[in-house]
Design a protein around this ligand. Structure first.
Ligand SMILES: Nc1ncnc2c1ncn2[C@@H]1O[C@H](COP(=O)(O)OP(=O)(O)OP(=O)(O)O)[C@@H](O)[C@H]1O
Ligand SMILES: [Mg+2]
Length: 245
């Protein structure tokens, strides 16, 4: 019995394990419906403000511009991506679903028709984040250049590893260093430490005002003209890495 008379933290970890297993079983029964050719991308992390929404919206826009059929699932109850997606005037179907079991069910259905599904997760390691890890093909963990951000990413990697054990190696996990400042010591240290976390590290994004300005202009950086040239180039490289087979 895993929950008998233990300390609070043991009880918490036990409840976590039970709910993780329950979600896994539910997902496996739906998973057979998924088609092989749809790609499900999840953005997650235990920490807020690390760039999940920024990268998720740019990924959906990148795929839509490639004429793929894209569904964007806003799984964050804050719904900070929804307006931005709608204002882009690109062919991206938006769905707002934050209930973890509803995400399983919906993704299993959508995967039959959509080429790509992009799920923007909430901050934290809630059941919603875990359900993203249990239904995505690829999970990306954006991470800012601070030790606190790295610690948070480490916790998310633990949850990811559990999902991978349950799903025979899926989803593939990637860390995306974000808000890097080329000459800053913390950015350098962060990149070095990230390499030791046991997860593939992508080249990431620098700290650039254009990324922060994009939602206010209802654009992605590739639509912002010459002032966002470097941001656009950097985002394009990241998108290629994220979508590479
Ligand atoms: N590379 C970057 N350079 C500058 N600003 C950035 C960069 N990436 C993200 N930002 C800004 O940082 C803030 C947080 O980004 P974002 O909303 O994408 O993070 P999030 O992880 O989705 O946050 P939350 O957990 O609250 O949903 C936003 O104001 C965004 O514009
Ligand atoms: Mg967000």
């Amino acid at each position: 019995m895993c929950c008998s008379g233990a300390t609070t933290s043991r009880n918490r970890s036990c409840v976590f394990r039970q709910s993780f297993n329950r979600l896994t079983l539910k997902f496996q029964s739906n998973y057979v419906l998924l088609t092989e050719w749809s790609m499900i991308y999840g953005l997650a992390n235990s920490k807020g403000g690390v760039g999940k929404t920024t990268i998720a919206v740019h990924l959906a826009a990148w795929l839509a511009k490639k004429k793929r059929t894209v569904v964007f699932i806003e799984a964050d109850p804050q719904q900070s991506a929804s307006n931005w997606i709608e204002e882009l005037s690109l062919s991206i179907k938006l769905e707002q679903i934050s209930d973890p079991e509803a995400i399983f069910r919906r993704v299993a259905k959508l995967a039959a028709d959509a080429d790509d599904i992009v799920i923007d997760g909430p901050a934290g390691l809630s059941p919603t984040t875990r359900s993203i890890m249990l239904c995505a093909d690829r999970v990306f963990l954006p991470c800012g250049p601070s030790i606190l951000d790295l610690d948070a990413a480490g916790k998310a990697i633990e949850v990811l590893t559990k999902a991978q054990k349950t799903r025979h190696g899926k989803p593939r996990g990637f860390l995306i260093p974000n808000k890097l400042q080329k000459r800053a010591r913390l950015s350098r240290e962060m990149l070095e430490t990230a390499q030791t976390l046991g997860i593939k590290v992508l080249s990431g994004l620098s700290y650039r005002q254009s990324f922060a300005d994009a939602p206010g202009q209802a654009k992605v950086v590739s639509q912002m003209g010459a002032s966002a040239f470097l941001a656009s180039h950097e985002m394009q490289s990241l998108m290629k890495e994220m979508t590479r087979a």
